[in-house]
Design a protein around this ligand. Structure first.
Ligand code: OSB
Ligand code: MG
Length: 369
């Protein structure tokens, strides 16, 4: 049985090693909410990927803390469940808030896998021992800076380069990168910065052999993406717009895109992520594992999920040392020649660096039944 004896809510802040500019803003640090579930002398850990302000999707850290304290944890503390899916069902039929829900679900999967003494990826049905990864590069100051940072990561062996774009800064970095690197797997991510009125500008990208264009249109749209896809050759990749298996089914059925960026936190956890994995496979649509600039905790979850077979394109889960001077786990998550080894050991296979976490935590509370 999956027994939940107590929980810890932790919030900490880590400076990013790079300035990460996207169409929705600039990030220089991460505020990281963690949930630890305790049971049977073991612990399961998950990371929230909602942000201080709702820039990517609609969820916020303050909202997640409220839900954990007042709504979700009271329903699971002191109780036992048959498995993580039964625990997730106990969170009820609340609307939305997938990232907050995912914290509970993912911590439960980690704990459950540790109780069964198997790696999380294996428990989810994955078989890979390493996964292919690329990098997501923020908007740079000019073409030269773009080509320079792309070169650095191509030389490190990353298997795909994704450039963030925004209106007025799209064709320029793509053209410069393509001229310098005619053969790399290149993609772009607009984070919802365009509308159908920009079709001509987006169609100009068709010339550059991109593997896909990620989330050009509104964060909650599928219908306009389908219209844009009919007007373009390059496959569209859905990110923000897919928060559930139903969204994935509708998006693929409509032709809103041919690829999905699957983020386990965005869709409410591993069980829903696996359903999306299977739906995409039935449509013949490749998926890849996205990232939210996670610490080692969320990164390890992402890597385990990526071991499932339809993760056919390189993910965004690059080396932790790209992001942090000091990570919050004891293990290193480092890619070698674009291959990220899957942590071995039970659960996510990684452990919190308790000393470092205690030193930097801005909030740390224990919750009991
Ligand atoms: O759209 O994929 C995105 C980071 C924060 C919010 C949204 C996105 C991203 C990334 C970074 O692209 C991926 C990573 O390196 O973790
Ligand atoms: Mg994206």
């Amino acid at each position: 049985m999956l027994q939940i004896e107590s929980a810890e809510i932790i919030v900490l802040r880590l400076p990013l090693k790079f300035r990460f500019e996207t169409s929705f803003g600039v990030q220089t640090e991460k505020i990281i909410p963690l949930l630890v579930l305790h049971g049977g002398g073991l612990q399961g850990v998950a990371e929230g990927t909602m942000e201080f302000a709702p820039m990517y999707r609609e969820e916020t850290i303050a909202g997640a803390l409220h839900l954990l304290r007042e709504v979700f944890l009271p329903r699971i503390l002191g109780k036992s469940f048959a498995n993580p899916e039964a625990l997730h069902d106990a969170l009820g039929s609340f609307r939305g808030n997938k990232m907050a829900r995912a914290m509970v679900e993912m911590a439960a999967w980690d704990l459950w896998a540790r109780m069964l003494d198997v790696p999380l990826g294996t428990l989810l049905g994955g078989r890979k021992t390493e996964v292919e990864v690329g990098v997501s590069l923020g908007i740079q100051k000019d073409e030269q800076a773009t080509v320079d940072i792309v070169r650095k990561h191509v030389e490190q062996g990353y298997r795909r380069i994704k450039l963030k774009i925004k209106p007025e800064w799209d064709v320029q970095p793509v053209r410069a990168t393509r001229e310098a690197f005619p053969d790399i797997k290149l993609t772009v991510d607009a984070n919802s910065a365009y509308s159908l009125a920009d079709t001509a500008r987006l169609r100009a990208l068709d010339e550059y052999g991109l593997v896909y264009i990620e989330q050009p249109l509104a964060w909650d749209d599928l219908v306009d993406h389908a219209e844009l896809q009919r007007r373009m050759v390059t496959p569209l990749c859905l990110d923000e717009s897919v928060a559930s298996a139903q969204d994935a089914r509708k998006g693929l059925a409509l032709g809103a895109g041919g690829v999905i960026n699957l983020k386990v936190s965005r869709v409410g956890g591993h069980a829903e992520a696996r359903r999306i994995h299977d739906i995409a496979e039935s449509f013949g649509a490749p998926i890849w594992c996205g990232g939210m600039l996670e610490s080692g905790v969320g990164r390890a979850h992402n890597i385990h999920l990526s071991t499932l077979p339809n993760f056919k394109l390189p993910g965004d889960t690059s080396s932790a040392s790209r992001y942090w001077t000091q990570d919050i786990i004891n293990e290193a998550l480092e890619a070698n020649d674009g291959l990220m080894p899957v942590p071995t050991g039970a659960g996510t296979g990684v452990t919190l660096n308790r000393e470092f976490v205690a030193k930097i935590a801005e909030l740390h509370e224990e919750r009991h039944a």
